[in-house]
Design a protein around this ligand. Structure first.
Ligand SMILES: [Zn+2]
Length: 186
């Protein structure tokens, strides 16, 4: 048991070393890292358990170490589960949507914004779509405005994908966050 645990420990330490660089950049790598970390701590627990049980015959040390390792890993894993759940639920990123309204309606030519949707695609990618009410103009003239809005949403609020729909008066009475009733009145 001791020999197998030592071989396992060496393999896991190598894996941890290789994975460590990517842990802060990818949720998948972080989950994998935690899995290997669990294996590594288990190997350590088995080694300590084997030595203690052999030397002292105190057998409860082995299950006690197992529970300790399980609790440590659970503590580290909960934030990963939480973040993965938020992504799977397509939760909107935590940004100040009132401030977005203020920033965008402060742009010359933007009278109102409505029907905003925002969601997370993964831990790095967030998407936003919104309708803007602006003065009647050529499509080519709206493009610089699109560019300004996109720059604000990407640099200040860190959205990666921005979709904008320009309208003159359509949806003027709608609120920022769309709901079903707004949708049908649209
Ligand atoms: Zn609209």
């Amino acid at each position: 048991m001791l020999t197998v645990a030592i071989i396992g420990l060496i393999a896991n330490i190598v894996s941890l070393f290789l994975l460590h660089a990517g842990v802060n950049h990818s949720l998948n790598l972080k989950a994998t890292y935690l899995h290997i970390l669990g294996d590594t701590l288990s190997s350590v627990a088995v080694i300590i358990g084997a030595l203690v049980v052999t030397l002292t015959q105190v057998t409860w040390v082995d299950p006690a170490l197992t529970i300790l390792v399980a609790l440590l890993i659970a503590k580290e894993t909960l934030p990963v589960i939480k973040q993965a759940s938020l992504i799977l639920m397509q939760t909107g990123p935590k940004v100040d949507y009132d401030q977005i309204t203020k920033d965008l309606t402060a742009l010359p030519g933007v009278n109102h914004i409505h029907h905003l949707h925002a969601w997370m695609l993964d831990e790095h990618t967030t998407a936003i779509s919104l309708h803007i009410n602006c003065t009647n103009q050529e499509l080519s003239q709206i493009e610089p405005l699109y560019q300004q809005i996109e720059t604000i949403l990407k640099t200040k609020y860190h959205f990666n994908h921005v979709t904008i729909q320009a309208e003159c008066h359509r949806g003027e009475a709608e609120s920022l966050i769309a709901n079903e009733i707004d949708h049908f009145e649209h």
